[in-house]
Design a binder for this molecule. Structure first.
Ligand code: FES
Length: 89
């Protein structure tokens, strides 16, 4: 088994999700693991899917994200993990 192809997302005070590296958004990854996050537009506009990134790296799937985020906040619907993550929802 090649462990480099697997990532985890640790959600503070909830659970840790292990999954195969994917281009899916973090929101889809969480939902496919029965963890539901408030959301609406699913395209980076409304800001409802905001989470705090405590460690790790992400990459936004689109270049233009409209939803407001402050430092260390990410929009789960519009980014993917590029490393193991620790987040707070
Ligand atoms: S669901 Fe609207 S910004 Fe993510």
């Amino acid at each position: 088994m090649n462990y480099k192809k697997f990532l985890y997302v640790k959600i503070i005070n909830q659970k840790t999700i292990y999954y195969k590296y994917s281009n899916k958004s973090l929101l889809l990854i969480l939902e496919s693991n029965n963890l539901f996050v408030e959301n609406n537009c699913r395209s980076g506009y409304c800001g409802l899917c905001k989470a705090t990134l405590l460690s790790g790296r992400i990459k936004y799937l689109k270049k233009k994200i409209i939803g407001y985020t402050s430092k260390n906040e990410i929009l789960l619907c519009s980014c993917k993990a590029t490393s193991n993550l620790v987040i707070k929802i």
